[in-house]
Design a protein around this ligand. Structure first.
Ligand SMILES: Cc1cc2nc3c(=O)[nH]c(=O)nc-3n(C[C@H](O)[C@H](O)[C@H](O)COP(=O)(O)O)c2cc1C
Length: 340
């Protein structure tokens, strides 16, 4: 199987819900939520891709970074690449049912592990999606993370206990799901959380806790105060609110405030290993990939997911060789120029 084949099969299987465009930038699918698009005008999704494309890399070849080291320590689990598959739920019923939820999650979890990394699994109004994700993570000895919607604290705490029982690497919440009014209509209301409410959740577990959906320096500082061990700088791939800033744009300021105090993950518009490099240079420790992983799963199941990640890994190696970066810690903002 090659990437071209994967994309062609994915295009067929996604039945027009996603066109698998040459560049996945939110233009063709603007407003298609449910679907793969961004909220309303799609501006938040589009800015993620656009702003990242304005970060330019300084090519350098007189150095000794001949064999870059890509290893990333994720809460004592060693990953071969600083790339994690993002939590994505509901492709089964949102995108024409070519893959069941179970098949999607198992393709992503196993394909990610084959490529030397891990996946996060998501949550939705229907709790069976999270439960299915945990069942699949159990088969791989908990090698992954469950990300919960900001439901009532008692529900979140109970759901984290289930993750503890199968020894997942961490637990977390996509707190930017707080405005999803459709969740209330389906009997699972969500809401923002105060720092005290977050502390109650975080103190209830020994698992490192990840807060996904942080877009400002102030909230990154609050995440540290609440006791989170990682944040994901994310606007949910532009799916929850139109006209947010891009993740690439807010990342440097967030990194300046909290780097070293908390792990900084980021997602939104990362489409290649070159984009992974750019995000690390802007201040991230590692990245999450969303839509490209959907293409992998819909185009080649486990093998498709693994190939997507392997391809990005090879692009990242090439970028590190051509910038003089021996390892992830040596990637910094002196290696890029920002043209926005
Ligand atoms: C179809 C779809 C479903 C998603 N479902 C979830 C989810 O259940 N939980 C979550 O935290 N994020 C969810 N996300 C957001 C992703 O985890 C991630 O933040 C986003 O896709 C990253 O942007 P990218 O797709 O441009 O890489 C979803 C995204 C898409 C496209």
């Amino acid at each position: 199987m090659d990437l071209k084949e994967i994309r062609n099969i994915a295009r067929e299987n996604l039945k027009g819900y996603c066109r698998v465009c040459p560049i996945c930038n939110g233009l063709a699918c603007a407003g298609e939520v449910p679907g793969m698009g961004g909220h309303l005008t799609g501006s938040s999704f589009k800015s993620n891709v656009e702003d990242l494309s304005k970060v330019k890399i300084k090519l350098k070849t007189i150095h000794d970074a001949k064999k870059p080291d890509l290893k990333f320590n994720f809460f004592n689990t060693q990953l071969e690449v600083p790339i994690i598959s993002a939590p994505i739920t509901g492709t089964s019923f949102n995108m024409g049912n070519a893959l069941t939820e179970e098949k999607y999650i198992s393709s992503v979890v196993n394909g990610s592990i084959d490529a030397g990394t891990i996946a996060m699994i998501g949550d939705s109004a229907n709790p069976t999606f999270y439960e299915t994700g945990l069942e699949i993570l159990k088969e791989v000895n908990g090698k992954g993370v469950g990300i919960l919607k900001p439901k009532e604290n008692s529900i979140v705490i109970e759901s984290i206990k289930k993750a503890e029982n199968i020894n997942t690497i961490a637990a977390g919440m996509d707190i930017d799901g707080a405005g999803l009014i459709t969740m209330a209509l389906q009997g699972a209301p969500v809401s923002p959380k105060t720092v005290d409410e977050l502390k109650e959740i975080i103190h209830s577990t020994n698992l490192p806790f990840i807060l996904k959906g942080i877009m400002t320096k102030d909230e990154a500082i609050l995440a540290v105060e609440a006791g989170a061990k990682a944040i994901v700088v994310s606007n949910h791939g532009g799916r929850v609110l139109d006209h947010t800033q891009s993740t690439a744009k807010v990342l440097p300021e967030i990194a300046e405030a909290v780097k070293g105090k908390i792990m900084i993950l980021v997602d939104g518009g990362v489409r290649s290993g070159i984009d992974v490099f750019k995000m690390i240079a802007l201040g991230a420790d590692a990245v999450l990939i969303g839509r490209p992983i959907v293409f992998g799963a819909y185009g080649g199941y486990r093998e498709g997911v693994s190939l997507i990640i392997e391809n990005m890994k090879n692009q990242l190696i090439q970028t590190m060789i051509l910038t003089g970066a021996k390892n992830l810690n040596s990637i910094d903002n002196s290696m890029i120029s920002i043209e926005w």
